[in-house]
Design a protein around this ligand. Structure first.
Ligand code: SF4
Length: 347
């Protein structure tokens, strides 16, 4: 079907109302950038999902990182987007102003050079992410084990998509279709979404990140309404079975575990932790306390579950802005609230 026909179909759609979840933050950002919400019929609604790793990292995880960064002879190493995520009291970057030792890097592998230069320091890598990033941490683990590097540890908050989507479905999230993340699917394979699609009778469209790719996936999802099928619309990079080598490497070092999600609590089997034989490399990932909101009015939990729009939050754009984030959804450039505010998105 030609793109112009797809655009016309989505604009003129007059069937039953549908909420389609943009599961990942990259899709949320691409959808806003391409002005897709304004191209859709009033009967089609795009809702945010739990796919921005920084947004779903609980405040207790940030608290633990801060604690470690203040310990003598310790240094926390992280990607930049985690620096401003609020913990229950403050963020890592605020703690840095109070003397915490925190270093920002662009690749987990950078920690190896740091560790070599300062053998007396324990470097704690903030290992946050989904299936896309976990293979990189597995690669880092391989280097640590094979190089017998003893002064690098991981504080893990690794998450998996199919389990949390299943959790949303079983919790009755008002969603009739899922825009499945293309980059996650490169690793997992499109087939990973099939059990949950079939179980709940909800269609999935695996999509790339350009405007036309997203529109084609939305069209497929709408056409499949009520059917538990997975349509791979990103076949140039996504296969049915995914990247088996990366999956094998992940399995060598990590095993499934329950995981805490910001605002959603514990979701069974939705995380990855270091296997028992590699726990010497863990910085206390299982010792996290309960998740606490820094601002009780924050609606991140509802936004991440597709139950509310960012603009439904009373703090949106007033008390909560990218400079004064009250919840994680406003911190990351892939966070729903950040994207909605910066692109002036209304629906
Ligand atoms: Fe939370 Fe801010 Fe979003 Fe409100 S606008 S839900 S406070 S991140």
């Amino acid at each position: 079907m030609k793109l112009e026909d797809i655009v016309r179909y989505l604009a003129e759609y007059d069937g039953p109302e549908m909420n389609i979840m943009e599961v990942c933050g990259s899709h949320t950002a691409a959808i806003s950038k391409n002005g897709i919400p304004d191209m859709l019929s009033e009967k089609l609604h795009l809702v945010s999902g739990p796919g921005c790793p920084v947004c779903v990292t609980p405040s207790s995880y940030v608290d633990r990182l801060i604690e470690l960064s203040m310990k003598p002879d310790h240094c926390v190493v992280t990607f930049g987007d985690l620096l401003r995520v609020p913990g229950s009291v403050r963020s890592l970057s605020q703690a840095k102003g109070d003397g915490a030792r925190v270093i920002m890097v662009y690749s987990p592998m950078d920690v190896l050079k740091l560790a070599e230069k300062e053998p007396q320091t324990t470097f704690v890598f903030a290992a946050v992410g989904f299936e896309t990033t976990t293979p990189v941490y597995a690669l880092l683990m391989q280097q640590l084990v094979e190089g017998d590097v003893r002064n690098v540890k991981l504080l893990t908050a690794l998450k998996t998509m199919p389990e949390v989507i299943g959790h949303l479905c079983s919790a009755g999230a008002p969603v009739q279709g899922f825009l499945a993340p293309g980059h996650v699917s490169v690793i997992t394979g499109a087939a990973v979404f099939r059990p949950v699609a079939e179980r709940y009778g909800i269609p999935f469209g695996v999509a790339g990140f350009t405007g036309p790719e997203i529109l084609m996936a939305l069209y497929a999802i709408v056409r499949l309404r009520g059917r538990g099928e997975v349509k791979n619309l990103y076949p140039s990079v996504v296969t049915e079975e995914g990247n088996t080598e990366a999956k094998r490497l992940v399995e060598r070092f990590f095993e499934p575990a329950d995981a805490a999600w910001r605002g959603m609590g514990e979701v069974a089997g939705s995380g990855r932790i270091l296997r028992q034989e590699y726990r010497a490399f863990d910085a206390g990932s299982s010792d996290l306390t309960e998740d606490r909101k820094i601002n009780q009015a924050c609606r991140c939990d509802q936004v991440l579950m597709g139950k509310k729009k960012p603009t439904d939050c009373p703090l949106f754009g007033k008390v909560c802005t990218p400079l004064t984030p009250q919840g994680a959804c406003m911190v990351s450039t892939e966070g729903s609230c950040f994207t909605w505010l910066s692109s002036n998105r209304k629906r």
